[in-house]
Design a protein around this ligand. Structure first.
Ligand code: FAD
Length: 439
């Protein structure tokens, strides 16, 4: 093994970003656009497969700021105007129509193959001036006197070198380099889910505007997603309590997945003429959060900091939103040759936690008998608009209408629970999970 020292000495390089997914590419592009020197090390060569294919409307302003909207439009990704939730066995159905949110101008999102979307963002970071190094894997973040000063990087040829920078950004996603190195990652005790997923051709997704919706089917197994990627291809996945993996009992993932699909009348009907065209892949160990998301000389963005059950398609939005906030806090400091101060690490963590907690509250509600019965009900238009706006991604900023809705929702869920205890209401069955009456 060859070990070399990189010529970049601490002080001359502003930012070292580890990981080139949506979080890493966004922070790298924005800091390069702000005049900072940036190196980004990504362990894979892009384009590469990644799960997480359905996006939220409130990501649009950031895509515009990054200057990638034309490239995204040129790819012809499937447009998404809403989401359809179907609950089994009752077959109750709820439609989230983003155009009925509080800001009808922020109403459209899209679905994309992540290989293409992430490649656009990574190339954009390079075009904006970041030094992007693919097939270079970060092995460890380097600390001196408690401050992060760089990272040890392994190239594809196995040679190792060090890069030193004033700010180290961990954007390594669910691999979570710093979360593991500093033992910061804590599993969410109320959301211990796993997932299986693949791609199908010829699933029945409907026509017109609603044909572009993500379909979420909640039921006794957990919940399924059906995401139309284009006219032919649909991404299909199931999220279920992690302990159910034990029921696999040696069977291959393909037959286990087929068996779970067969248990859902809605999903098996949609897939009756469809063919699986990709392997079945698993994901386990979600959700989690790091107890610290920033510190002396370092910060985490996206899945490196936290991961939530993907029922509301929040992951890419949170990754890119956290990256944007970090870049905006760090750029003025780095340009003056300074580093982030403790008050700024704390404010960054508060910002990200606010967005996470907003989504988490409704994820828990989705799995809770009272919360799920409320989500299945038809609320008055004002409350519907506030709910749709949260699910479209307005989670970082304060808005009195959203605050009112959240409080109303909590009160109404409490009321439902009391009625159920008194035998006056049947709450029906929420989708299966490890979450228990936790709203
Ligand atoms: C089953 C499932 C379904 C999901 N569905 C959705 C969805 O519909 N919509 C949505 O928005 N989100 C969804 N997500 C979440 C979404 O995938 C993530 O939130 C999103 O990818 C986070 O972006 P990121 O940049 O933080 O991390 P990633 O996209 O994971 O990027 C991290 C990058 O870091 C690289 N890397 C890792 N370790 C190292 C290292 N040591 N050195 C250098 N590079 C490294 C990786 O190769 C990768 O390219 C889903 C997730 C799962 C598990």
């Amino acid at each position: 093994m060859e070990t070399t020292m990189h010529s970049t000495q601490q002080g001359s390089l502003d930012v070292l970003v580890l990981g080139g997914g949506p979080g890493g590419s966004t922070v790298a592009a924005l800091l390069a656009m702000a005049g900072c020197s940036v190196v980004l090390c990504e362990k894979e060569r892009f384009p590469r497969f990644h799960i997480g294919e359905s996006f939220l409307p409130y990501n649009r302003p950031l895509l515009e700021r990054l200057g990638v909207v034309d490239q995204i439009q040129a790819m012809g990704f499937q447009r998404k105007w809403g989401a359809r939730f179907v609950f089994e066995p009752s077959l109750e159905s709820v439609h989230l129509d983003f155009e009925r949110g509080l800001n009808p101008r922020i109403a459209q999102a899209f679905h994309a193959r992540r290989a293409d979307f992430d490649h656009i963002l990574l190339q954009n970071a390079r075009a904006k001036g970041a030094d992007v190094r693919e097939e270079e894997s970060a092995e460890a973040v380097l600390f001196e006197e408690g401050r992060a000063v760089g990272a040890r990087i392994r190239r594809a040829d196995h040679s190792v070198y060090e890069v030193r920078a004033r700010l180290v950004v961990d954007a390594t996603g669910r691999d979570g380099l710093m979360g593991a190195q500093l033992a910061l990652r804590k599993r969410d005790p109320k959301l211990r889910q796993a997932a299986l997923f693949s791609h199908y051709e010829n699933a029945e997704m409907g026509l017109g505007k609603e044909g572009g919706d993500i379909l979420v089917v909640g039921g006794p197994f957990g919940w399924f997603w059906l995401i139309p990627l284009d006219a032919k291809t649909t991404s299909v996945g199931v999220v279920f309590p992690g302990q159910l993996m034990a029921q696999r009992q040696g069977r291959d993932l393909e037959s286990f997945f087929a068996e779970i699909i067969a248990s859902s009348p809605t999903v098996s009907h949609r897939l009756r003429d469809a063919q699986r065209i990709a392997p079945v892949r698993p994901a386990a160990d979600f959700s989690y959060r790091c107890s610290a998301m920033a510190g002396d000389g370092w910060a985490m963005v996206g899945d490196a900091a936290c991961f939530l059950d993907p029922v509301f398609s929040s992951g890419v939005f949170l990754a890119m939103g956290s990256a944007q906030h970090l870049a905006d806090l760090a750029a003025p400091r780095l340009r003056r040759g300074q580093i982030l101060r403790p008050a700024e690490w704390r404010s960054y963590q508060r910002f990200l936690t606010r967005g996470l907690d907003r989504f988490r509250r409704f994820i828990l509600a989705f799995y809770d008998p009272a919360g799920s019965s409320l989500l299945r009900s038809q609320p008055p238009e004002m409350l519907y608009s506030a709910a749709v706006t949260i699910f479209a991604g307005k989670v970082f900023t304060r808005d009195p209408r959203i605050w009112f809705f959240e409080n109303f929702f909590d009160m109404a869920a409490g009321q439902k629970r009391r009625e159920a205890r008194a035998g006056k209401a049947d709450l029906g069955q929420p989708p299966a999970s490890d979450a228990m009456n936790v709203v």
